[in-house]
Design a protein around this ligand. Structure first.
Ligand code: BGC
Length: 549
């Protein structure tokens, strides 16, 4: 097995992790200060969301310079020190490659927009207006509004899958691809342990860009549906692999929403382009598409089981699965999967058990190990996330009241995943001595690292124990996945078998006590869980792990 299959990856949101200067924004020195904490979680790799120079319109996913550190985070010397200090602790640093688009302040774009015939004129996707002067197509960007923005200087529109400050690069141009591979190799040479590759299914655009059937009252169609996984995309990605990652002991995980299980073998594994891809069906149970963001679909535990089962099956022979339930774009899992009145501490531990026992590499998201909850600011203005604004407006245009739209923001805003790290019960939770860029969650007095480290029954200690078990028992990493009780409406149960040993995991996702066939755990030894085990019965949200030699 490769090192990255055996370890735990921690996704770190730099802006909110640890501020050491009083600026109100986390920084690289803060990461170095907390490496010991990450080590105590059994982490072997840290995926940093982008730290490159950026105007921060989308918190770093709008890159101005791929080979410079944003001054708010520190310097390249700080970054070099982070690589070195992490290495001492056997922790690798994973870089986020944002290659579908740049910032509109990137010198490449500043040059490209000047005229139709400058050397970088076709580094981005430029089109003339329609005859009536309107946008070239009726595509809606992922953050809401048209996916096209008019450029006065050049007298043309440019395409942006996300915000207008994030113009899409033209991958059809070999010079663009070379510049991106050079940027990635800059980080390989720094010693990166891997890459998370952002928004990758959008890099290739169709030959002809044309209107689509409107999917909302705004007369637009989601850009996602018009450009996702355009035929030929894999040729680019094979080229990326050959030029960047091949021959290095690093891993790649692509953010590749929309790749079907039947296509997976082309994307991951030996003949694929990445080692893993993030697939979102289990975190998007409530969404049919971006346009229905404010009208969530109801879902059942069976739906969740099905999504998890499918991804386990799809990666049985193809590549490897990156297990995740939270990231910087998603709400907190304690609120997402469980009702308001549930015991959230138990739910957090249940999700931790699932995260560490499914077959694949666990991607733990900052704060998840403390049992974080969503934030519910009382007005849309208090939110920072650019997509929450666009989606709030979309909700209003779909006929929701302001109150209903704000409720949807409470449920889904990306800011819930972005509130500052809670280190202690002091001012600003020990995150910063200045004014935090995003208000600290008001539960920090009890939910913080210092308090949870001292409490043997805390979510944090539970996560530390899980990491240790995962290192101690081979089936956690090497075992295959065999689902039991497939038809059960409340329990998700599975075995992870190796030749010599297997673990058996029982998870009650419901808020009621449920029973199961006692013989299932016969001759097995209980090793871990979030409550006292009782053969044949699971309490609400109870998680149990058994082992059989
Ligand atoms: C990232 C987001 C970002 C978007 C645009 C993603 O999918 O995870 O945080 O806003 O790409 O770069």
């Amino acid at each position: 097995m490769k090192w990255w299959q055996k370890t735990v990856v921690y996704e770190l949101y730099p802006k909110s992790f640890q501020d050491t200067t009083g600026s109100g924004t986390g920084d690289i020195k803060g990461m170095i200060k907390r490496l010991g904490y990450l080590k105590s979680l059994g982490v072997g790799a840290i995926w940093l969301t982008p730290v490159c120079k950026s105007p921060m319109v989308d918190n770093g996913y709008d890159i101005e310079d791929y080979c410079a550190i944003d001054p708010s985070y520190g310097t390249m010397e700080d970054m070099d020190l982070l690589f070195a200090e992490a290495k001492k602790r056997n922790i690798r640093i994973v870089i986020d490659l944002v290659f579908n688009h740049t910032s509109d302040q990137n010198p490449w774009f500043l040059e490209s927009k000047q005229s139709k015939d400058n050397p970088k004129a076709d580094w981005y996707i430029w089109r003339d207006a329609k005859e009536d002067g309107s946008e070239p197509t009726n595509w809606r960007g992922i953050f809401g509004g048209s996916a096209w923005t008019w450029c006065e200087e050049r007298q043309q529109y440019y395409l942006h899958t996300f915000a207008y400050q994030q113009p899409d690069l033209n991958w059809a141009n070999p010079d663009v691809r070379k510049a991106l591979y050079d940027a990635a190799n800059f980080w390989v040479n720094k010693g990166a342990g891997g890459f998370r590759v952002d928004a990758i299914p959008y890099i290739k655009k169709p030959e002809v860009l044309k209107d689509g059937e409107p999917d909302g009252k705004d007369g637009m169609v989601s850009v996602h549906d018009m450009t996702v996984n355009t035929k030929g995309i894999l040729d680019y990605l094979h080229e990326f692999k050959e030029n960047v990652t091949e021959g290095h002991d690093i891993f790649t995980v692509g953010e590749a929403n929309g790749v079907k299980a039947s296509e997976l073998h082309e994307w991951v594994g030996e003949n694929g382009v990445f080692d893993m891809i993030f697939e979102f069906s289990h975190v998007n149970l409530e969404f049919k598409g971006i346009e229905t963001w404010c009208k969530p679909d109801p879902w059942t535990i069976q739906d969740l089981k099905k999504a998890l089962r499918n991804s386990q099956e799809a990666t049985r022979d193809n590549g490897w699965y990156p297990v995740f339930f939270e990231n910087h774009d998603k709400p907190r899992c304690t609120d997402h999967y469980f009702p308001e009145d549930a015991d959230k501490g138990q739910c957090a531990k249940l999700m931790g058990t699932l995260l560490y026992t499914l077959r694949g590499t666990p991607f733990l998201y900052q704060g998840q190990e403390l049992g974080y909850r969503n934030v519910k600011y009382d007005s849309i203005q208090k939110y920072n996330d650019i997509s929450s604004y666009g989606q709030y407006d979309l909700a209003l245009s779909e006929g929701l009241s302001e109150e209903e739209a704000l409720k949807a923001v409470h449920r889904f805003s990306r800011d819930s995943a972005r509130t500052p790290m809670q280190w202690n019960d002091q001012e600003n939770a020990g995150f910063s001595t200045g004014i935090p860029w995003l208000p600290v969650h008001d539960d920090y007095k009890t939910m913080n690292v210092e308090a949870e480290e001292k409490d043997p029954s805390s979510v944090l200690v539970y996560y530390q124990q899980l990491a240790k078990l995962r290192a101690d028992y081979a089936p956690f990493t090497k075992g295959d996945f065999e689902e039991i009780l497939e038809e059960d409406e409340n329990i998700f149960a599975y075995r992870r078998n190796t030749k010599d040993q297997s673990i058996f995991v029982l998870l009650n996702f419901s808020g009621k006590e449920v029973s199961y066939d006692c013989s299932l755990t016969e001759n097995m030894q209980y090793i871990f869980g979030n409550d006292q085990p009782k053969t044949g019965v699971l309490k609400p949200y109870q998680a149990c792990i058994y082992v059989k030699n």
